[in-house]
Every structure is written in structure tokens, then in C-alpha cells.
Design a protein around this ligand. Structure first.
Ligand code: NCD
Ligand code: ZN
Ligand code: ZN
Length: 430
């Protein structure tokens, strides 16, 4: 069969290192059949799935069970971020790089976040153990501990505006400050997730400036929406962390084009339309986005930086959507080697295509998108996973996605170089 590529750009397959495909236990919100189709249609060939399922992903045994549930239903290859609860901190030691290269830490509780670590001593222990084993922590940058206490004291009602716009903003700053301090103390490799505000970006730039091993992610939705869109979209864009203001958004765009941001993760976290239609405080935070990731950010780059060439915009996206996630999470090794060849995970992308996003195009299980009504620029026309076409612009290929672990024949017995370059440990201040 002939593949037409005239006028198209060839990109590395997108690695979305932040999705919630909800298996096991929350499959009314999303499942791998739908989530992975949304991924393929968005140019994504590998996803790293989050652990906040029911039950949460805490043990190696559960990872094998989860992979068994998924294989045969997923179009894309996958890995897992492990979870950690106050009772499973030492379990991190069981994780070989072939099973997982990262552990997600929540410092605040919400709808789908069961494993919260509030106790500062336990949190410090997580950083210490991760530094010893070399595994990377990926952190949900929200900590509203102090504010929650104040709430309880004063009996403050959780007024929507206050909750969305004030408290979680301070929570992000508190969380990032704590993370920086713990990385400084233990030398843990840390990747801060869904960074949303200008203050957080400033703090992280400072941390990087002094050489701490901290990287960060932002999301397509924090780059695409502002609090003003809440009037129109309501709880559809209720997120954790919340959508911020236009000055925050501008800071994030500048950080992206300026090279401060290492990865873009979709934080694809679907809920049903019914769940999202509940009155504001009860509507769960999260939205689908794995399909929109590449196109939404490309659209934003074309609009906001019209003097940047298409080539330069796509080069930037290849870095933050493929090269950096591969490097941070050891996927470059799971996917072959630069000398012996890598898997053919590729996307043909049409930068000239303009098209109207609608619910009809949304392949996520509950078929909705916060981008409905947007005119997108750019479209993945063909997605190829390990040499096999899984999206040809209208239809999907076979569900041959595999767990990129020991069963992957490309993974050597012992990685030639360590998966997790050990972070250099700074001496603790006297
Ligand atoms: C996520 C979810 O629903 O699982 N929601 C969200 O708003 N981001 C949880 C998360 O990513 O922390
Ligand atoms: Zn999170
Ligand atoms: Zn998430």
C-alpha cells in the first residue's frame, strides 16, 4: 500500500508521559480501547499511564496484572508510573528500571487521588529512598495542607471561585517550594507535573539555575485556556491544578519556547459528561487531551509565534513530546538503541490542515472535548507504531500495543548504561 507524504512532515511518534486511562476500576471514565485510539489519532505511539486507579498501582504484581488487562486492547505501547502511599514507601526499592522508572507523588487529595502524602517526614523519606535507588519522582504540584487546616478551622465553605482561583494557586507554590528544598537536600531526580502558574515557573527556573536535577511538564490545556474560559466551559475545564490567568499562560508559553519546559503531557484524565455536569465543587477535576496534545500546541505556536517557521515549531514539539520524555523515563532504551536502530514509531503531520474540532472527532470513551468549536491548525494524518499503521487519517490499525518491560524483545537483560543517571547528591547544610 502506498503512503502519501508529499507536503507532510515526518515526526517521531509522540510519547505522552502523562495519561490516566483508568484501568483498573474507573473504566466508565476511559478504557484502553478508546484511550489508545484517541492517542493514535493524535500522533501518540507510547503512553505512560498514571497509578491513581482502583486499586492504585503499588506493587510489581499489580503491574503485571494491569498489563495483562491492557494487552490486546491497546493500539499504543505503554509503561506505568508507580504510585506511593504512606504505607508503601519502602516498596519503591522493588522497582527495577524494567518495571518502572518513575513514581508519582500526590501531596494533596482530590477526587481521584487516593494516595496522599501529607506527613513531611514520610515525604522526606520518599525523596531519600528515591535518591538511593535512582528512580525519578514525578510530582503533582499542589499542596494545600495549611489552607485545608485553615478551612477546617474557620468552617469556610468551599466557594467555587475561591477554591479554583485562590487556594490551589498558593498550593502550587507551596508544593514547588517543598519539592525544591527536598531535591536540594537529597539530590533526588524530580519531574514536576502540570505546572500552571508564573510563580511556579519562576521558582523552577531558579532551581535549575543552581543546577538541581529538577525538570518540569506543562499541559496543552494550561497553554490553551484561561480562567476567563470558565464562564463558557464551566466544570469541563475544572482541573487539578486549576486553569490560571493570561499572564500565567504567557509565562508558560515563554518557558516552552525558551527551553525551560522539558515535557508536554496531556494529563488525559477523562470523566463522564454526567460527572462533569455536577455543581462545581462536586464535578471532578480532569479532561481528555491525549488526542489534542500535538495539534492544540502546534495551533498555539502558529498563532502566538507566527514568525517562527513550521520546521522550528515541529522541532520544538519533537523535543518536548518525544526526545525528552524518552530520555527522562528510559524509553530510549526500551525502544532499541541509537547504534542498532530504534522502533519505527512515526507520525506524518500535515501542518497546513485546518479543521473544526467537534465531539464527533473525539475518540475518548465519553466523546467530548474542551476544544469543541476550535479551529485547529495541523493534523496527524498517519501514525505508525513499530512499523505498523495504527491511524491512517480515518481508521485504526490493530491493537498490538505492548507493555515496554522485560517481555519486549528489544530490552536487553541488563541495560548497558543505567536507566537512571544517579543524581549528584548535594551535601546537606550543616
Ligand atoms: C487527574 C485525574 O482525574 O485522575 N485530574 C486532574 O485534574 N489532573 C488527577 C491528576 O492528574 O492529578
Ligand atoms: Zn496530577
Ligand atoms: Zn494527571
Amino acid at each position: 500500500r502506498t503512503l502519501r507524504a508529499r507536503g507532510l512532515h515526518l515526526l517521531p511518534g509522540v510519547i505522552d508521559s502523562h495519561v490516566h486511562f483508568r484501568t483498573p476500576g474507573l473504566t466508565h471514565k476511559e478504557d484502553w480501547a478508546h484511550g489508545s485510539r484517541a492517542a493514535a489519532a493524535g500522533g501518540v505511539t507510547t503512553v505512560i499511564d498514571m497509578p491513581n486507579t482502583r486499586p492504585a498501582l503499588h506493587t510489581v504484581e499489580r503491574a503485571h496484572q494491569k498489563a495483562e488487562l491492557i494487552e490486546g486492547t491497546s493500539l499504543v505501547d505503554f509503561r506505568f508510573h508507580f504510585g506511593v502511599s504512606p504505607h508503601t514507601v519502602e516498596t519503591i526499592r522493588d522497582l527495577s528500571p524494567r518495571v518502572a522508572t518513575s513514581v508519582k507523588v500526590f501531596m494533596t487529595g482530590h477526587h481521584t487521588a487516593p494516595d496522599v502524602i501529607h506527613d513531611p517526614k514520610v515525604l522526606a523519606r520518599v525523596f531519600a529512598v528515591a535518591a538511593e535507588t535512582g528512580i525519578r519522582l514525578v510530582l503533582h504540584a499542589e499542596d494545600d495542607g495549611v489552607f485545608a487546616l485553615l478551612d477546617r478551622r474557620q468552617g469556610t465553605p468551599r466557594h467555587y471561585d475561591q477554591y479554583e482561583r485562590t487556594r490551589p494557586r498558593s498550593g502550587g507554590i507551596v508544593a514547588v517550594t517543598k519539592i525544591i528544598e527536598l531535591v536540594r537536600r537529597y539530590g533526588t531526580a524530580a519531574h514536576v507535573l502540570h505546572v500552571s502558574s508564573a510563580e511556579e515557573a519562576d521558582l523552577l527556573a531558579a532551581a535549575r539555575h543552581i543546577g538541581l536535577p529538577i525538570t518540569y511538564e506543562t499541559t496543552p490545556h494550561h497553554l490553551s485556556f484561561t480562567a476567563a474560559d470558565t464562564h463558557r466551559l464551566g466544570a469541563r475545564i475544572r482541573l487539578s491544578p486549576a486553569i490560571r490567568h493570561s499572564d500565567d499562560q504567557q509565562r508558560l508559553w515563554d518557558a516552552l519556547v525558551g527551553g525551560e519546559i522539558s515535557t508536554l503531557g496531556s494529563d488525559h484524565a477523562p470523566h463522564t459528561i454526567e460527572e462533569k455536569s455536577r455543581p462545581a465543587p462536586d464535578a471532578p477535576p480532569g479532561l481528555p487531551g491525549v488526542q489534542e496534545l500535538l495539534t492544540a500546541v502546534f495551533t498555539g505556536l502558529r498563532r502566538r509565534f507566527p514568525h517562527t517557521s513550521v520546521d522550528d515549531s515541529l522541532t520544538l514539539l519533537a523535543r518536548v513530546c518525544s526526545a525528552e520524555p524518552a530520555r527522562l523515563f528510559g524509553l530510549d532504551q526500551q525502544k532499541g538503541s541509537l547504534t542498532e536502530g530504534l522502533d519505527a514509531d512515526l507520525v506524518l503531520f500535515d501542518p497546513e490542515a485546518t479543521w473544526l474540532m467537534s465531539a464527533r472527532h473525539a475518540h475518548t470513551k465519553n466523546h467530548w472535548s474542551a476544544y469543541e468549536g476550535w479551529t485547529f491548525t495541523g493534523r496527524p494524518t498517519t501514525t505508525i507504531r513499530r512499523g505498523e499503521i495504527i491511524w491512517d487519517g480515518t481508521s485504526f490499525g490493530p491493537a498490538g500495543g505492548v507493555w515496554l518491560d522485560a517481555r519486549n524483545p528489544l530490552a536487553t537483560e541488563e541495560p548497558a548504561t543505567p536507566h537512571h543517571p544517579r543524581a549528584t547528591r548535594e551535601p546537606a547544610p550543616a
